[in-house]
Design a protein around this ligand. Structure first.
Ligand SMILES: [Zn+2]
Length: 111
């Protein structure tokens, strides 16, 4: 039982690697990281820096031979991430339509 508990929480060890803000370089406060999605062996964590207010998202994957972490700086706050995660991905047709709109000569007038 202890081994399972250890494995389930082992992703938290990887969070120690994400101890400082990649934008300003200052240490995150302990409450900066929020777990927002937990799926199978993946954990998605969102960080907000209390110093520069930047946001960072990380995916922590627990694999049989260790852990892997992928992260990126984002302009999405935690509420945005939680909302957008539930939405369906863009279709190819929507992407093409968006491309056409952005390239219209009068695009700036549409705003
Ligand atoms: Zn920062």
């Amino acid at each position: 039982m202890l081994a399972n508990k250890k494995k389930a929480d082992s992703w938290r060890k990887n969070l120690k690697l994400i101890s400082h803000c990649p934008v300003c370089g200052r240490d995150y406060k302990s409450q900066a990281g929020k777990l927002f999605i937990k799926e199978n062996d993946a954990r998605f964590v969102h960080f907000t820096c209390h110093h520069c207010r930047s946001h960072f998202m990380a995916m922590v994957m627990v694999m049989p031979k260790g852990m892997s972490t992928v992260g990126m700086v984002t302009d999405l706050n935690l509420k945005d991430v939680q909302k957008l995660y539930k939405m369906s991905p863009l279709t190819i047709d929507e992407t093409i339509e968006g491309y056409k709109i952005f390239n219209r000569p009068d695009f700036l007038k549409l705003l």
